[in-house]
Design a protein around this ligand. Structure first.
Ligand code: NAP
Length: 429
């Protein structure tokens, strides 16, 4: 009895699920990992910062999964458009939604839809050459930019904005983004947290990198740092040590100043057609909660990048938890034969590795429900692809795209990413 499984989404959540299913069911399983992009690896390719190549190196593990006989990558097939979930549920014994959380949480203050407010999903996608964001073209001919949030995404965005071309030499920063970022006139980058340093979600390694930027000095208001952190856990201790060091820096001592500002939340994005500033409300923290003071201040800025979390895109017919911004599920089970994993299951939290135990749990759920059905699986999908004249990108095709990107790289860059679907597919012609 061979069970056929379709995993929608080829990011870490998708690949760890494939790996877990093969571990648990061996040859009794046949897996198709379907992605709307012609390229695999999801956020590893388009989310992890371009200067964090060692983190991106985890793709080698997914590649091994892809080289197994019973696992297949099917790229360039948009589930929901080219093929529906219902069709896949008819073809496969199990369908796993590993589609991540690609939509920005809205900032939800007056002015948040002004030109120049660019959510982190779009901004990070743009500098990582995600085909959806090639034409974003943010205006960085400005003096100040504001990054909202105190998570690792906010730190990534601030750092990528601040780094020099030399500091990005070993990166795969998109060429279109390098041109704009490295010719920008930015002098001030603000990173606003609505709570305090003890509640911040960034991690010490990422925060620490902000202390060794060649062109940018990172500063913190010492009044925002607690005098005594008591029995704080090691992560907080390390974060505090970095923040203490930043608090001794002098604003303006390098061409760009990164201001980490705690206890401030956006009240309004200012401007007529385009962002010209931010009105912020001062806050304080009570029992861990962010409280308003009714006191406001304003800063000038020409770009606002909210890095405040993500939401999974709802799929018609699939139960959705609107508050959590993810699919309604019970330990990864949505419905008979329909599962979810990764951010689509638990919301946008955790590191890449968090997806692994998650995936093993979902694989267990699938394995225990394995039954002797006669669904066509792979051959059924192939028939649909042929009938609809779709262009499915195989793993071997992807390796050719990868080779072309590697060959196009200059200097120490690992690759020059193709920035749109046509360029990616042209590499196969
Ligand atoms: P995150 O860690 O959840 O941080 C979101 C930040 O946005 C928090 O500081 C949050 O403040 C703030 N926020 C939320 N709503 C807000 C609002 N309406 N106004 C102002 N601030 C608001 O999310 P993330 O940075 O997007 O990261 C997502 C996940 O990916 C995390 O688990 C992260 O660690 C991971 N990641 C890891 C790396 C890495 O390891 N290098 C890099 C990138 C991302 P509150 O805390 O007050 O809610």
């Amino acid at each position: 009895m061979t069970m056929c499984v379709a995993i929608i989404g080829s990011g870490p959540a998708g690949y760890y699920t494939a790996e877990a299913l093969v571990k648990s069911l061996g040859d009794d399983i046949c897996i198709d990992i379907i992605d709307r992009l012609p390229t695999p690896y999801g956020l590893i390719r388009a989310g992890v910062a371009p200067d964090h190549q060692s983190i991106k190196g985890v793709y080698r593990r997914y590649e091994k999964t892809n080289l197994l006989n019973n696992v297949r990558f099917v790229g360039n097939i948009d589930v929901g458009d080219a093929v529906t979930i219902e069709e896949l549920r008819g073809l496969y014994d199990a369908v796993v939604l590993a589609v991540g959380a690609p939509k920005d949480r809205p900032l939800g203050v007056p002015g948040h839809e002004l030109d120049g407010v660019v959510g982190s999903a779009a901004f990070v996608g743009w500098y990582n050459a995600h085909p959806d964001f090639e034409t974003l073209d943010p205006n960085l001919n400005i003096e100040s930019a504001a990054v909202i949030g105190n998570g690792n995404v906010a730190v990534d965005v601030a750092r990528v904005l601040a780094k020099t071309p030399e500091e990005m030499e070993n990166s795969d920063l998109a060429r279109h983004a390098a041109e704009i970022i490295h010719n920008s006139s930015l002098k001030h980058i603000y990173m606003f947290g609505r709570r305090g340093p003890l509640e911040a979600k960034f991690t010490p390694k990422e925060l620490g990198e902000l202390g060794s930027l060649s062109n940018c000095v990172t500063v913190v208001n010492p009044d925002h740092l607690p005098e005594d952190i008591g029995e704080a856990d090691p992560v907080i201790r390390k974060n505090m040590a970095h923040l203490e060091a930043f608090s001794k820096n002098t604003p303006g001592s390098k061409p760009v100043t990164l201001h980490i500002e705690f206890y401030a939340k956006p009240a309004q994005v200012l401007g007529q057609d385009h962002v010209t500033g931010l009105k912020m409300e001062k806050t304080y923290v009570e029992n861990g909660n962010c409280m308003n003071t009714g006191e406001f201040f304003e800063i000038d800025c020409g770009l606002v990048v909210p890095c405040i979390g993500y939401r999974t895109l709802p799929i018609p017919g699939v139960p959705y938890d609107n508050d959590g911004g993810r699919f309604k599920n019970e330990n990864g089970v949505i419905d008979d034969g329909l599962y979810c994993t990764g951010w689509a299951r638990r919301g946008p939290s955790g590191t890449i590795g968090t997806n692994r135990p998650d995936a093993f749990e979902v694989a267990d759920q699938i394995a225990t429900r394995m039954s002797d059905t006669q669904k066509p699986g792979r051959s059924g999908l192939d028939a649909l692809i042929k009938e609809r004249d779709l262009w499915a990108v195989t793993f071997r095709d992807w390796k050719r795209i990868e080779e072309a990107e590697t060959n196009a790289a200059e200097g120490d860059a690992p690759r020059a990413k193709f920035a749109n679907r046509d360029q990616l597919l042209d590499a196969l012609k």
